[in-house]
Design a binder for this molecule. Sequence first.
Ligand code: SER
Length: 323
Amino acid sequence: MTPTPDTGRILVTGACGQIGTELTAALRARHGGENVVATDVAPMPRALTDCGPTERLDVTDRDALLALVRKHRIGVIYHMAAILSATGEEKPRLAWAVNIGGLYNVLEVAVETGVERIYHPSSIAAFGPETPKDMTPQETVLRPTTMYGVTKVTGEMLGAYYHRRFGLDIRGIRYPGVISSETPPGGGTTDYAVAIFYEAIRSGRYTCFVREDTVLPMIYMPDTIRATLQLMDADASKLRHAAEYNLASLTFSAGELAAEIKKRLPHFEVEYKPDFRQQIADTWPKTIDDSAARAEWGWQPQYNLGAMVDDMLEKLTARLRRD
Ligand code: SER
């Protein structure tokens, strides 16, 4: 959806986060910097302030959100602000306040101001120990054991409710763990799959906080951004789900990832010291059935494990040299 005077501008919440940073850049490249308002509670980096409007926004502050949506005539919201799974276990009340309080504000403000479309991500964390772990179906048991997962399932249900009850066009993907070189993730369980690259380049040693045989679904950032924009561009009449699309891309164990890096950096050493995040990882699936995403909006991943590792090492090495 290209912003016009009728559809309004695009708002990104959580724009300083791992996905928010690169999503904002992609949206600005597509629609023009001035049409994409980047917001976050965290201080804005130059990369965001230099290329378009930015505002400080705490999504739990409904009045501030309402004022901002009116001021910038917002028509589409990418609501990326969230507390992830590991931080959510340390601070469950904060996770509920930000993830659900924030989403509720976004939905209410959208209904009040006539926002046309909302993107709200869900996660593999919506699944739980009773969910089938191999080729997890689109429709399945959603009984997570983390507060983060509870907020993701609640978010999916709230989205479906606002769609049914108020006709809001809300869309979202159950993201796998996201791997990227630009902005590090913070407070997630899948963060090891990013941290391992930083340490491979910086020190040649990494202590991994999950076991070597831990397998989780993952995705590389370019595929993440492409999937997100593709879903938001999709013809509404083809979509049979709202903010809960399964998505599959990569699947590997921590040991397989380490081995793939070691092929390129032979001196790299990894040891495994599982901590509380292992218990979280153990409740999530290994592989995902994403046939609904493929059939309804044409999803097709581009990166395999080798291509992702090559690109990550190249981009991150260049960035760490620059910084
Ligand atoms: N990557 C997230 C986490 O680990 C899952 O959505 O918390």
